[in-house]
Structure formats: C-alpha cells, structure tokens
Design a protein around this ligand. Sequence first.
Ligand code: UD1
Length: 310
Amino acid sequence: MSIDRPTAQTILITGGAGFIGSHLASALVDDNEVRILDNLSSGKRANVPEAATLIEGDLRDAATLERATADVDLIFHEAALVSVQGSVEAPLTSHSINATATLEVLEAARREDARVVLASSAAIYGHPEEVPIAEADPKTPASPYGIDKLAIDHYARRYNELYGLETVALRYFNAYGPGQTAGDYSGVISIFCDQAIDDEPITVHGDGDQTRDFVFIDDIVQANLKAATTEQVGTAYNVGTGTSVTVQELAETIVDVTESNSEITHTEGRDGDIRHSQADISVIRSELGYEPTVSLREGLKQTVEWYRQH
Ligand code: UD1
C-alpha cells in the first residue's frame, strides 16, 4: 500500500497561484518544500502560501523552467490557458501554453527524473455518446483546448512507456470551490453565486436540462495527492463525483443555499454546449482509492461563504 500524500519532497506546482494549484500548495506546504511557477496572468500572489517559494515567470521561457525544475522530485502541472472560448479565438496561443509548454515540462521532468501529475480535462471526450463516461470511451474533443489536453494526456502516458517517466494524468470534470474567480475560469458556479448573492437574475442557458458532474476542490486535491504517491503510473483517471445534476437544479440549490431573492431566468442555449457530462469514477476508485467526500450542497455552502467574504 502506498501512503496517500507526498512528504519531505521538493515539489514544483506550475500554476500554483491559480485556483487548483494554490489549494494543492496549501495541502503540501507543511510537509514538503514547495516551489510555485506562475506568470500571474490569472493566478494571484495572495493565493501563494507564505511557506512556498514563488517564481514569477513564464513556463515557455526555457531558463525560467530550468530554474523552477532544478532538483525537483515531483511536479504538479496545473498551469494552463483554461478558457475553452479563448482557445477557439486563439488556437495557436492555446497550443503553445497547453500543449507545447507541457511537453517542455515533461522533458524537464525527464532530466530531473521527477514524477509528473498533470491536469488533463473532461474536455478531451467532447460530446459523449453516453454517460457516465469511462476513461476508455471515445475522445472527440470539440475545441482547440480539448485537442491540446488530449495531446498532453497521450504524451504523459507514452512518456512512461518510452522513457520510464512516472506520470499520472487527471481528467478533471467541472471543478469548483473557494478561490475560483471569473478571471481564471468563468465556471457556471462562480457566475450563479455572484448573481444570487447580488439578488440578480440567474442566467440559465437554454432549458437547463443539461447535466454536469461538479467536483469540489478538496476532492480534486485528494486525487492529486493520491496520484503523487501511487504505484499506478503511466495512467489517466477521471476526477469527478460519479454523479451529475442539471443546471436548473444547480441554480435552484444556489438560490436555496444563499437564501437569495434571485429569479431563475432562461437565456439562449450556448453554441457548442455539451448536453450531458458525468464521470465514471470506478477506475480511480479501485486503483487509487479515491472517494469523493464533499456533496454539492456542502461544497456550495463553503463556496458561497468565500464569495461573500471576497
Ligand atoms: C467546463 C470548463 C472547461 C472544462 C470542461 C470539462 C469552461 C468555462 N469550463 O466546461 O474548462 O474543460 O468543463 O468538462 O470552459 N451555464 C449557464 N449559465 C451561465 C454559465 C453557464 O447556464 O451563466 C451553463 C452552460 O451552458 C453549461 C453549464 O452551465 O451547460 C456549465 O458551463 P461551464 O461552467 O462554462 O462549464 P462547461 O461548459 O461544462
């Protein structure tokens, strides 16, 4: 049995000033030497725990990456251009950050013989034929972002086979929680919470019957810690809850949790919107012992509390 979290390691977290990276940093900083590489384009200095070292710079700069990766044992690669819409507008920029720079991270990890846990995405599946979605299901990404994430998901697994590098790719479904701002990812939960807190109309796109698997940040962190210590390398796992809710139900729950006077309104459906998304988590459950711990209602309570304070 492997232990469930890294200790006494030198760890690099790319994107460590962002939403997921900074939560990971907080979970690791007491027991490890944590270094963060972030260009602060969407991440914030205030998110970086005091005991971590921040290297402010761009992943795509070779000298910066070399400095950031010197003597590391483990890399969590969370830095990315996370906007799907942004990738549609600027596919080359998305590719250079989400794909090429990730390849540079894998090369740096080879030089240092470091393990890499990297952020893949449910976006690699595109419009699924059926839900829940299992890891082996067809991958037909619908955006440049999804294509770039699929490329790095493949690279990570092949780097294990070709070069013996220890890699684990985590395919995040819809992550949410405290610290997620419209700046780094305008996820529906951050939008609805803002609207509900301000008693403004909640804007459900289309009929609201589309479904998503919303996974709370603590469980995203849990999956990363397990991926960092598992013997199952050269692998890729879904990270979700294994359940889903409709966007309409989500809106109603947020109104309830915030005790808001907001009306739930319906706008035009969003172009290219995926109808249903839900992770099959049986593989990560059995191979990594991952178990979602935070219900949607509980996660929303914590998230709303944070939005009220910020
Ligand atoms: C999200 C991620 C994407 C990730 C993918 C993985 C974004 C912002 N987020 O896409 O990075 O790779 O999951 O599955 O790209 N909605 C409303 N009203 C709003 C905003 C959204 O009804 O004001 C609806 C959307 O139409 C959609 C659902 O809420 O049906 C979720 O939207 P969003 O949070 O943008 O995420 P995804 O499109 O699922």
